[in-house]
Design a protein around this ligand. Structure first.
Ligand SMILES: N[C@@H](CCC(=O)N[C@@H](CS)C(=O)NCC(=O)O)C(=O)O
Length: 214
């Protein structure tokens, strides 16, 4: 099976969880890094069904939407829990990660710095704080249910898309590169912090991320 992930060479979580899942499972894939401004042309020629990225070409057939692509990659990689409920809980967390991202996405299009910061500060004080609380409680419940056997992973006792998606989202929020979003935002959330640190310390993930440092 020929797999080509279409996304810029940038470790944003939407693409990164797909790349990481394939990498962790030893599934070969290629990457195509579209130029800035190329999306309309790629939509016109049928490569991007909804005009958005990421898209995974599977033997030339475009698969869109982060959740669907990530689940497909995780299935190929053997990272999806066998228990259907746990597999669905993983999907749930990936979708929740998308919801949080969607809160911030409109602010990316605000060109005026002061306005962008104001919009993000309102999110940080309101909906973003509420969503981080929800994610922290969800992670806390999953970690408590997994117990010591879970080895610090949310579901199934091994790394899944749920851990990778949360880590990727938190890495973005903690980076200090989003004007108006303090890098300390996650500090009051112990379960999110635990998941973040568990993934960040996972050697195969560290090895993969070093590719962006060169
Ligand atoms: N619902 C899509 C949203 C993807 C999305 O918003 N991607 C951004 C880049 S991270 C994009 O394509 N933006 C350009 C646009 O929406 O026109 C998904 O879950 O994959």
């Amino acid at each position: 099976m020929q797999l080509t992930l279409i996304y810029p060479k940038f470790p944003f979580w939407r693409a990164e969880i797909c790349r990481l899942a394939l990498h962790l499972g030893g599934v070969p894939f290629e990457e195509s890094h579209p130029a800035r401004g190329a999306l309309p042309d790629l939509e016109r020629d049928g490569t991007l069904p909804y005009g958005q990225i990421p898209v995974l070409l599977v033997d030339g057939e475009p698969l869109a939407q982060t959740g669907a692509i990530a689940r497909f990659c995780a299935d190929l990689a053997g990272l999806t829990p066998r228990d259907p409920l746990l597999a669905a809980k993983v999907d749930e967390l990936v979708d929740a990660t998308t919801d949080v991202t969607n809160l911030l996405s409109p602010t990316m299009r605000i060109s005026d710095l002061a306005e962008r910061i104001k919009a993000r500060e309102a999110l940080v004080a309101g909906p973003l704080a509420q969503w981080l609380g929800r994610l922290d409680r969800a992670a806390g419940r999953a970690l408590a249910r997994a117990g010591a056997e879970g080895d610090g992973w949310l579901y199934g006792g091994h790394v899944t898309l749920a851990d990778l998606a949360l880590w990727g989202l938190l890495k973005w929020l903690k980076a200090g590169t989003l004007d108006g979003v303090p890098a300390t935002l996650i500090d009051p959330h112990p379960h999110l912090t635990a998941v973040f640190e568990r993934v960040a310390a996972h050697e195969p993930v560290r090895a993969w991320m070093r590719r962006y440092e060169g």
